[in-house]
Design a binder for this molecule. Structure first.
Ligand code: CP
Length: 305
């Protein structure tokens, strides 16, 4: 297998993204038929140094649905030899002997890149640090947008929440910058606003964007509302009205009829549960798509594509 680490969203070009989406559609049908045994000789290792529900379970389920096997540690900070001060690079060198691909969530930004620098098997970044990236989440977000809106070109997308350290929002902004005529809005208190490196990237790619601390006059315009958690602790001593960043039935009244609400999850109070039954709430369909997209991604890696 060629080594193809998946570290950041920027590495994906549009034709490859579309190829991945076609394979994701095919994987959905394969799951409906009960999965495949095509990859039964393959072993996936999930190495998570920080907590996860969706990413770890969906990668593990994806591997089982492809017929392969999984090695896992539930909490690598406690149940791997990191507790005996083993360096990440050494852990990766050792696990290389036991598997064909490693899915890594690391608590430090740059952890996935460090792992890739010594790995002979593909490293998939399942989230690095706070303020790093989460490229497979962004790919499944984009797939969901494509499925729900039948296009990506020309869409208006608002990101709302704690955007400075939001690795899913950061990765998705990079992916959206590859498409034509997209317009991005970043809605956050100024303390948590999207970081300059992303804004510089958008400028370089001539992507139009606005920064604001209010949903006023924005919600009505957007096709996608990408909600993320807000960091309440960091805002405790600031005079910020957090209600402004909550998605409630009153926000639904202002949202376009064909708009969609996405959230990488887990959510806290930022989306009220009354919103869940609205057909525009796409976040549970989005999480389901994570299984199919990760199956597609793994199978492409195993096929050397
Ligand atoms: N969206 C996401 O990364 O969720 P988990 O933290 O549960 O994996």
């Amino acid at each position: 297998m060629n080594i193809k680490h998946i570290i950041e969203s920027q590495q994906f070009k549009v034709p490859r993204i579309m190829e991945l989406f076609e394979r994701t559609n095919a994987m959905k049908k394969i799951v409906a038929r009960g999965g495949t045994l095509d990859y039964q000789s393959k072993i996936l290792a999930t190495l998570f140094y920080s907590p996860s529900t969706r990413t770890r379970f969906s990668f593990e389920s994806a591997m089982y649905r492809l017929g392969g096997k999984v090695l896992s540690t539930e909490n690598a900070r406690e149940f791997s030899s990191e507790i005996k001060d083993e360096r990440l690079e050494d852990t990766i060198r050792i696990i290389n002997n036991y598997c064909d691909v490693i899915v890594l969530r690391h608590h430090e930004t740059g952890g996935a890149r460090r792992a890739a620098s010594v790995s002979n098997v593909p490293i998939i970044n399942a989230g690095d640090g706070s303020g790093g990236q989460h490229p497979t989440q962004a790919l499944l977000d984009l797939y969901t947008i494509h499925q729900e809106c039948h296009t990506i070109d020309g869409l208006s997308v608002a990101f709302i929440g704690a955007l400075d350290n939001g690795r899913t929002a950061r990765s998705l902004a990079y992916l959206l910058s590859k498409f034509d005529r997209v317009k991005l809005y970043f809605i956050a208190p100024k303390e948590l606003q999207m970081k300059q490196d992303i804004l510089d990237h958008l400028d370089e790619h001539e992507i139009s964007y606005e920064l604001t601390n209010t949903t006023k006059n924005i919600i009505e315009k957007v096709d996608i509302l990408y909600v993320t958690r807000i960091d309440r602790e960091r805002l405790q001593k600031k005079n910020v009205n957090l209600e402004e960043y909550n998605i409630t039935p009153s926000i639904l009244k202002r949202l376009k009829k064909n708009a969609r609400i996405l959230h990488p999850l887990p959510r806290s109070v930022e989306i009220s549960s009354e919103v869940d039954s609205d057909p525009r709430a796409a976040y549970f369909r989005q999480a389901e798509n994570g299984l199919y997209l990760r199956m597609a991604l793994l199978s492409m890696l195993f096929d050397g594509e």
